[in-house]
Design a protein around this ligand. Structure first.
Ligand code: ZN
Length: 133
């Protein structure tokens, strides 16, 4: 594990699991939840929101980021992502990696819905050489 205590990581993961229940995903039935820890200690959660025009949908990670940013938060420490694959870790998609990268490097904690196994990578590890202006 990287910079957070085990209890903070588990809290982040539990919040991501809870918000996953609100995922709007009638097309894929693939529920995802995410929870961000801001540098000031506040948490913001997000779930995926699909749309009949598929490309218009939004991922859980960007949902959580947009909620936080719209309330003035732009400094983040960590993100937890929980989906429903039991046999592999669900990692943020490329669009989310680029989106999150705009706001700096964070540790990303990925877990399976019924497992204590946690994969942790920095965003820089997930998206090396990201685009920057
Ligand atoms: Zn995504």
């Amino acid at each position: 594990m990287k910079g957070l205590s085990k209890s903070k990581i588990q809290n982040l993961i539990q919040e991501a699991i809870k918000v996953r229940n609100f995922a709007y995903c009638p097309y894929s039935n693939f529920k995802v939840g995410a929870c961000i820890l801001c540098e000031d200690g506040t948490l913001y959660t997000g779930c995926n929101v699909e749309n009949g025009s598929f490309t218009v949908g939004n991922c859980a990670e960007r949902c959580a980021y947009v909620k936080a940013i719209s309330e003035g938060k732009t400094k983040f420490k960590a993100v937890a992502v929980v989906a429903q694959q039991e046999n592999s870790f669900t990692t943020p998609c490329g669009t989310c990696r680029q989106f999150m990268g705009e706001f700096g490097n964070v540790d990303v904690y990925m877990t399976k819905p019924t497992s204590e196994d946690v994969l942790v990578c920095s965003l820089d590890e997930l998206l090396p050489y990201q685009f920057n202006l």
